[in-house]
Ligand binder design. Structure first.
Ligand SMILES: [Zn+2]
Length: 186
């Protein structure tokens, strides 16, 4: 028996022993006199001993990584039925959370510096069918059903209603509504 085990003190594992208390015995049951440590249930263990991969708090698999864009990530809206690219806007964590909660696309307006509930004024809301993130988790894709048929405030189904041609910009989209009638500035 090692000399240290004769007196009082700690063994090599931090367990206390001594003549005034019983020597620890495996399995080291709690509550015995002279034994101040205990084996905690694994879920209550004070040191997180899970593998490192499981401990990552910024795990992008949970959704978009807004920190990558300084809080704002680009969000593409695509027509869920036709695949037409409708628009590109930006989302912050709050607008993304509201989109998830309501099923309607909510963006963040950089020009107005506030949440932009798409269609709030015109009624042309976007019903979200599905949400995707890209490989880097820093771009969002929404597949939506566009109420009213026009995603663009200019009255076109897509914001990309102009094509770049050798002769300049050419309007290729058909106007579905007159913006002056929809957005009455009062
Ligand atoms: Zn537009």
């Amino acid at each position: 028996m090692p000399a240290a085990a004769v007196g009082r003190g700690f063994d090599g594992y931090g367990r206390r022993f001594g003549r005034k208390g019983p020597k620890p015995e495996a399995p080291f049951a709690a509550g015995r006199r002279g034994v101040f440590w205990e084996i905690l249930p694994s879920g209550a263990f004070p040191i997180d001993i899970r593998p490192l991969e499981e401990n990552r708090v910024s795990e992008p698999a949970q959704g978009p990584d807004f920190a990558k864009g300084g809080g704002l990530l680009p969000a593409i809206a695509q027509d869920a039925e036709t695949g037409e690219v409708l628009m590109l806007a930006y989302m912050n964590a709050e607008s993304y959370a509201e989109t998830l909660a309501t099923g309607r696309a909510v963006y963040f307006s950089r020009s107005r510096n506030k949440l932009w509930r798409k269609g709030e004024e015109s009624g042309n809301v976007q019903q979200v069918r599905s949400i995707y993130v890209d490989c880097d988790a820093d771009t969002i894709l929404l597949k939506v059903h566009q109420i009213g048929g026009a995603a663009c405030h200019e009255g076109y189904s897509s914001c990309f209603f102009r094509q770049v041609t050798p002769g300049g910009l050419q309007t290729i989209g058909q106007r579905l509504f007159d913006p002056a009638q929809v957005y009455k500035k009062s």
